[in-house]
Write a protein that binds this ligand. Structure first.
Ligand code: FES
Length: 144
């Protein structure tokens, strides 16, 4: 049974694969999904759709016990404040073994105040699509 330790909340939870009632926020058994199932209000302004960075967490132990980061998560997490080489998006990183994470300060303050998703409205860019991430040509044609 994987254990998830939220270091700065001094809280460890454990769950059995396939037994969490999915809360429809982020990928099933993601860090966000686990947190919400145990009453930890990790911020998730976009609803777990890889379209913000409010679920940013820093993995202190167990990088290899999480699903691999896909391109969408990589592109998005690079925009997070205070990003590190151990940064993940809580809604995208699926827990496969024991991990310990830290929630960045600004988000932790939010957690301690009881959670509830902030409505950032149009401040959240839409998720990337394949067409949107294709190289674009713009500007004048090169002079010959
Ligand atoms: Fe928005 Fe994870 S909740 S990217």
């Amino acid at each position: 049974m994987p254990k998830v330790t939220f270091l700065n909340l001094d809280k460890t939870v454990e769950f059995e694969h396939g037994k969490l009632p999915y809360a429809e926020h982020g990928k099933p058994e993601s860090i966000l999904d686990v947190a919400l199932n145990f009453g930890i209000q990790l911020e998730h302004a976009c609803g777990g759709n890889c379209a913000c960075t409010t679920c940013h967490v820093i993995v202190k132990q167990g990088d290899n016990s999480l699903s691999e980061m896909d391109d969408d998560e990589q592109d998005r997490v690079d925009m997070a404040a205070g990003v590190t080489v151990h940064s993940r998006l809580g809604c995208q990183a699926v827990v496969q073994g024991d991990i310990a994470i830290e929630i960045p300060d600004w988000n932790r303050n939010y957690v301690s105040e009881g959670g509830g998703s902030m409505n950032l409205g149009s401040a959240i860019p839409p998720p990337k699509t394949a067409a949107a991430s294709a190289p674009q040509q713009s500007g004048p044609a090169p002079a010959e």
